[in-house]
Design a protein around this ligand. Structure first.
Ligand code: ARG
Length: 483
């Protein structure tokens, strides 16, 4: 029987069907509206696939060349926005394949030994890998901004808080660096997830591999994957890599929300610790005096949707039987949403912090309360042999008497026989910060040392990223590829 090259009509799977799809099915089923942004990865994956097919002798060299030329044309059309999507294009994979079959009579050979199940997993892994590199680069850029602002902060200090109650004075540099260290852990988590993203599922077929002499190692190496799947069933049903990426992004978003909340508090009239640049604040439509910290509030608010993206996908995956199920198509929207959200938020928070004016005079005044040095007084007694619990009681009693109106704490301390004038000098503004010389503590020399290590860590992580990371928009943007 002579089987000819066949141009498709409607859906690529039409052969088994006598009738066409219902409108409602199509509207529910089609993922093209959101997965079109995978087009670059889809074409890259197809190139690798046909190159592998030709090397193992399943595809002739001429057919490989014809399909690759058609893929080049499709890529040009998608990049230029001239690609004409057809009503039967369910998703980006069918759209690209359909167009290839229009462009070359041998296009029907492209999908040899491949299923959309291994194809979509391949595309999404490639996309996620690029997105991780981009987001990690932007997170490091924010880390560097925090580091630079910390260096610029010099000796400035402010109250450190627990329970949002003044606790002990700390250097502004110390405080800003704390947020940067959290970002270094976010980047570590993203890079760790990246190792498990970087595994090729191509060659797993629909679920069970292939009777054709495919070479999955070759396709993996052509796509620059670090590893190849071990189990074809796992390869097409595993979305751990999306979940892990979403977790890393959600936690990064939580860190940005904590920075955001602090800026909201600091920018309030009551605190007045920071003045936001006009470019990173908004006004009120009614109250002319208002300057609102919307970037900081949105940084706080966006964490909610990032957590939703993560928990939504976990709920989708829970209880799914092996292997591919259409439920898995629900992996893309939360991932795209989370990457887009974190990208925007990182850029805006970076700009906000880079341009903010820290009111170090207001901070210093707030930190000048003598009560803030109470712990240092107790430690001063400890160094003179007093058990800490007793020292705590001695100082606590003086604080209570001062609060009750018996006198300034400085005077009470100076007059106390167990403490005296030398101890009272600890209560001078900023004095106690200098005494905290333990590792990671608040003394200026120790903070300077920490900032050096922070910078080194940021540089080390930057070196672990591919060179192009950190330039915004490298992972396909939402509007790309519209026909
Ligand atoms: N659009 C689908 C997805 O995103 C592609 C895979 C379809 N596979 C299938 N067996 N229908 O998951």
């Amino acid at each position: 029987m002579a089987v000819t090259e066949q141009a498709p009509r409607g859906q690529l799977w039409h052969g088994r069907f006598a009738g066409g799809p219902a409108e409602a099915l199509q509207a529910l089923n089609d993922s093209l509206p959101f997965d079109r942004r995978l087009w670059r990865e889809d074409i890259e994956g197809s190139r690798a696939h046909v190159t592998m097919l030709a090397r193992v002798g399943v595809l002739s060299e001429d057919d490989r060349a014809a399909i690759c030329a058609a893929l080049d044309t499709v890529a040009d059309e998608l990049a230029a926005g001239t690609f004409a999507f057809a009503p039967g294009d369910e998703d980006i994979h069918t759209a690209v394949e359909r167009r290839v079959t229009e462009l070359t009579p041998v296009g029907g050979r492209l999908h040899t030994g491949r299923s959309r199940n291994d194809q979509v997993a391949t595309d999404l892994r490639l996309w996620t890998r690029g997105a991780i590199d981009e987001i990690a680069g932007l997170a490091l850029a924010l880390g560097r901004t925090l580091w630079r602002r910390a260096v610029e902060a010099g000796d400035a200090h402010l109250p450190g808080y627990t329970h949002l109650q003044q606790a002990q004075p700390v250097a502004l540099a110390h405080h800003l660096a704390a947020h940067a260290w959290a970002l270094t852990r976010d980047v570590e988590r993203l890079l760790d997830a990246r190792r498990r993203v970087d595994v090729s599922p191509l060659g797993a077929g629909a679920l069970a591999g292939s009777s054709l002499p495919l070479d999955p190692e070759l396709s993996a190496s052509l796509l620059g994957f670090g590893a190849v799947f071990e189990n074809s069933l796992d390869a097409v049903s595993d979305r751990d890599f999306v979940v892990e990426t979403l977790f890393a992004l959600a936690l990064l978003g939580v860190h940005l929300s904590r920075i955001g909340e602090e800026i909201v508090v600091w920018a309030s009239t009551e605190f007045g610790f920071v003045e936001l640049d006009d470019a990173y604040a908004t006004g009120s439509s009614m109250m002319p005096q208002k300057k609102n910290p919307d970037v900081a509030e949105l940084a706080r608010g966006k964490a909610g949707r990032l957590i939703g993206d993560l928990t939504g996908l976990l709920a989708t995956l829970k209880g799914l039987p092996l292997t591919y199920n259409k439920d898995l198509q629900e992996d893309k929207e939360p991932l795209f949403d989370a990457v887009d959200t974190v990208r925007l938020t990182l850029l805006a928070v970076d700009g906000m912090l880079a341009t903010a004016v820290f009111r170090t005079d207001v901070m210093a005044r707030a930190a000048s309360s003598p009560y803030a040095a109470a712990t240092d007084l107790a430690e001063w007694l400890v160094m003179r042999g007093v058990p800490f619990r007793s020292a705590h009681a001695v100082v606590g009693e003086l604080v209570r008497r001062s609060v009750a109106g018996e006198g300034d704490l400085v005077d009470l301390v100076a007059a106390d026989e167990r403490l005296g004038p030398e101890a009272a000098r600890l209560l001078e503004a900023g004095a106690s910060v200098h005494r905290r010389t333990t590792r990671g503590g608040g003394a200026p020399a120790v903070v300077a040392d920490q900032l050096g290590r922070l910078r080194a860590r940021l540089d080390e992580l930057a070196a672990a990223l591919p060179p192009s990371s950190g330039s915004p928009g490298t992972a396909g943007a939402p509007e790309e590829g519209r026909g």
